[in-house]
Design a protein around this ligand. Structure first.
Ligand SMILES: [Zn+2]
Length: 134
């Protein structure tokens, strides 16, 4: 997914789907709906922003990297939650499980946390992401 592009003279959001992956995983309609909802969630259910640690604030590299990883995970969890509120969670979970069944799946721990968050009763209500200006 690309967050914000210039299209026809105006800033807009853009979702790009990898057709090779879609074909290789044989995603069905409910799975595609789950994927699209997740990607739309990056725009319509953006995670809350927190103050990030930095060297200038006296934080060390470990603290900075952990905060970045946590922020990246929260982005995905909030995007996933959009699939829950648009009733496409089952399809999204199916795509994640198909991915985790592959030998070369990376970020397994994060995907497992995402599944747990999707299946929990926790409300991840974010906000609409503004279109970035350059
Ligand atoms: Zn995502």
């Amino acid at each position: 997914m690309k967050g914000s592009i210039l299209y026809d003279g105006e800033r807009t959001h853009l979702i790009v789907l990898n057709m090779t992956n879609i074909e290789n995983f044989s995603f069905d309609e409910s799975e595609l709906a789950g994927i699209l909802a997740h990607e739309m969630g990056h725009f319509f259910n953006d995670s809350p922003k927190h103050e990030m640690p930095s060297i200038l604030k006296g934080n060390n590299l470990t603290e900075i990297n952990e905060a970045k990883a946590e922020a990246a995970k929260q982005l995905e969890i909030y995007a996933d939650y959009f699939s829950k509120i648009t009733s496409t969670k089952t399809g999204l979970l199916s795509t994640i499980n198909k991915y985790l069944a592959t030998e070369d799946a990376v970020n397994r721990d994060m995907f497992i946390e995402r599944i747990e968050a999707l299946n929990s009763g926790v409300v991840y209500q974010g906000s609409i992401k503004p279109i970035e200006k350059y």
